[in-house]
Design a protein. Structure first.
Length: 405
């Protein structure tokens, strides 16, 4: 258990074993790479001095290594570019698992009556089955037939978890899995547009809630997940209401307006119209060719501005802070920025760094900034300070691949 936690913290910090060993040596804790590897494999148990050194280097509390994790995430599919390396993939999963663990711990403490049961899965083999599965999930979550204001909000309100990866590149769109076999988890990149994020969220929901027949090949599975995503964002009835049941031509201005209304890209609207037989496939291919010629396949001429930022962790941390379950320091560690005043919520403090941005710095630079921050608030922790007395709680370039254990 300790070895697993050490490895989880190291991957979440984005550090190699060599980097951890070097940082430990700089802190006066000598350790070889072989020794660290042995700890991570569970071959031996580190001494308290080593655990304290690891907590400083990896940016976690010493108690983290001794806590038995009560959350297991079984990852299903990773929608990513082929050039996304295995190390980066493992870090995305490790960071997400850590956040899921925090989310579920807070949720159990604050929402103990919430049932952790999944919606029923729908057997899928054909595109029409994917339409049925998407409609079933909309009905289960009581979303009606209108545009979904926030797919992230729909997932969180439905009992699922959305985790945002704050990496600067767009090498992946989505990662999906089940926490404790009952709670849907979707990880999305913060580096992509809102319409692409919505589609990725819906696409991963397809992997979670479609029970694909075993003899369906991987390429077909991806097409079915695409069909699910389009149907979840815009139902067949809605698409026919917006476009008509049969059309000879579609106009780009029309598609742009529909994108801004429903949060489904212009390209996805073309696919939707063709899939439902509203337009002929030849007309769809002609419009795609025109979009390519104008450079719209990678960047469309209009943007969709949605509300697709996860809020559940921030909400639970603020509630735990208000109810005295977390101290200010603990709330900030779990959810940076949560202790800001209402007037400050819309503005990022100058020079502020997210927790993961801080982890990407070198250990020396990270420690320097942490020391500065500690010195700035030292008075608040002294007797009579403000913190005295608080209690504490003891799309084309991307593809989904099955996640290896």
């Amino acid at each position: 258990m300790i070895g697993h936690r050490i490895r989880q913290a190291r991957i979440a910090a984005g550090m190699t074993q060599d980097e951890v060993v070097a940082a430990l040596t700089a802190h006066g804790v000598p350790l070889t790479k072989g020794g660290l590897s042995k700890y991570e494999r569970g071959g031996s148990t580190p001494k308290p001095t080593v655990l304290r050194g690891l907590s400083k280097v990896l940016g976690v509390a010493s108690s983290f290594f001794l806590e038995e994790p009560d959350t297991v995430v079984r990852w299903l599919a990773f929608r990513k570019m082929a050039r996304m390396g295995k190390k980066r993939q493992e870090r995305v999963k490790a960071v997400a698992e850590a956040q899921v663990e925090v989310l579920l711990t807070l949720r159990r403490a604050l929402e103990p009556v919430q049932a952790e049961s999944q919606p029923p899965l729908t057997s899928v083999r054909e595109p029409d089955d994917a339409e049925t599965a998407a409609q079933a999930l909309r009905e289960y979550w009581r979303l009606g037939d209108q545009p979904i204001e926030s797919v992230t909000g729909a997932i969180e309100d439905g009992g699922g978890l959305v985790v945002e990866d704050d990496s600067d590149d767009d090498l992946f769109d989505g990662l999906s899995g089940w926490a404790n076999e009952t709670i849907p988890v979707v990880v999305v990149s913060s580096a992509v547009s809102d319409d692409r994020r919505r589609f990725s969220l819906a696409h991963e929901l397809g992997h979670l809630f479609m029970k694909i027949e075993a003899d369906v090949d991987a390429r077909t599975v991806e097409k079915l997940a695409h069909r699910f995503a389009s149907a979840f964002l815009v139902t067949a009835a809605t698409a026919r209401r917006e476009l008509g049941t049969r059309r000879r031509h579609l106009d780009f201005r029309e598609l742009a307006l529909l994108k801004q209304k429903h949060g489904l890209s212009m390209q996805a609207w073309l696919f939707r119209a063709a899939d439902l037989g509203i337009i002929e496939q030849t007309h769809a291919r002609s419009l795609f060719a025109k979009m390519s010629a104008r450079g719209w396949r990678r960047e469309e001429p209009v943007d969709f501005k949605g509300e697709e930022r996860p809020r559940k962790l921030q909400q639970l941390a603020a509630r735990a802070l208000a109810e005295g379950l977390l101290s200010i320091a603990q709330a900030e560690r779990i959810c940076p920025g949560v202790t800001r005043t209402v007037d400050e919520l819309d503005a990022e403090p100058p020079g502020a760094l997210s927790a993961r941005s801080l982890l990407r710095l070198s250990p020396e630079e990270r420690n320097r900034l942490l020391v500065q921050a500690a010195e700035a608030v030292a008075d608040e922790y002294e007797d009579g300070g403000a913190l005295t007395g608080f209690e504490s709680l003891s799309w084309e370039d991307h593809f989904d691949t099955p996640v290896e254990d």
